[in-house]
Design a protein around this ligand. Sequence first.
Ligand SMILES: NC(=O)c1ccc[n+]([C@@H]2O[C@H](COP(=O)([O-])OP(=O)(O)OC[C@H]3O[C@@H](n4cnc5c(N)ncnc54)[C@H](O)[C@@H]3O)[C@@H](O)[C@H]2O)c1
Length: 350
Amino acid sequence: MLLPKKHRNICIIGAGGIVHDAHLPAYAIAGFTVVGIYDLDVDKASALAAKFGVPHVYSTLDAMIQAHPDAVFDIALPASEIVSVLQQLPEGADVLIQKPMGTHYAEAKEILRCTQAKKMNACFNFQLRYAPFITAAREIIDRGDIGKVYDIEVYVNVFTPWHLWSFMHGKPRIEILYHSIHYIDLIRAFLGNPEGIYAKTVKHPSMHELASVRTNIIMDYGDMIRANILTNHCHQFGYQQQQSYIKFEGTKGAIKINMGVLIDYPRGVPDKFEYVIMEEGRKPEWKELPVEGGWFPHAFIGTMSQIMLAAEGAIEKPEMGVEDALYTMACVEAAYISSEKGSVKISDIL
Ligand SMILES: NC(=O)c1ccc[n+]([C@@H]2O[C@H](COP(=O)([O-])OP(=O)(O)OC[C@H]3O[C@@H](n4cnc5c(N)ncnc54)[C@H](O)[C@@H]3O)[C@@H](O)[C@H]2O)c1
């Protein structure tokens, strides 16, 4: 993975769960310097600053901007807060923003407009693209070892206690907007933009207070490529039969990545990276590749690096820049529309 030569100072906006679990641990591993943190809840920001050695806690966003106008602003807030915070940041700022890009497509376009009007170097934190197991898969695929990829499947059958996060109650969009969005973005990173989306997302009988939490998505890349995402977050029958994997199939081989982080949540199990390269006249032989680091927190080094690399001119713009992220949001929107439109009715056929 390409890393920045010059580390920029980081200012974090939002001191919630993801900053505690992933942003700050990742930056500590990478040796990035966090100079300040701001949250509406000052006590929360102070506790986080004390735990991770962040030198300054600010009680207003403006005070943090005045103190560090040239920092990378690392936004980790509810999606509904993004636009108003962007409006307060300086012209030309370097900004990394937690996904999703707004709560729906119209908001995503508003975010894009705002970052373009202010000529920002801005991107979204679609960090699964930089998980060490994805970097390893990219290397194998880029070398041509498994040939041309014609099949990507993401399969998730786990128990995610969505109902415990009370802020999700009553929200119209949950699973695709907050979870499958990672897989949509990942598949786009490998196959480009799909022609369209078919989807069905459904609720669960024991989670009445929540919108849909189980999803099937087909990303349409024509008649030779299959790209499917299947998620069931409601497998409440112990971890023994839980599964969570990403599988690539190509003309010369295949890769299967078992993602451990979602299994037996929140404990998790180790990831496993296996691949097979077909050889003429020989039986397929699957091999295991040891991969250091996981999706959380190591992938978060990759997204922050993209912003710093673009800031120092080593790359033209971040891979998951706002223009690119808008396509992922368009796919999310298409998935919800497809699900609402519903199926071809058998009664129309009979
Ligand atoms: N990339 C990932 O894998 C991933 C994982 C989890 C969460 N997220 C995203 O990160 C974001 C934050 O999630 P979280 O789990 O940390 O949420 P959280 O509820 O734990 O924390 C959000 C924090 O934002 C603060 N806040 C809210 N509005 C604010 C404002 N206007 N100004 C300053 N502070 C404000 C709250 O006080 C709270 O401390 C969400 O958008 C979520 O979708 C991404």
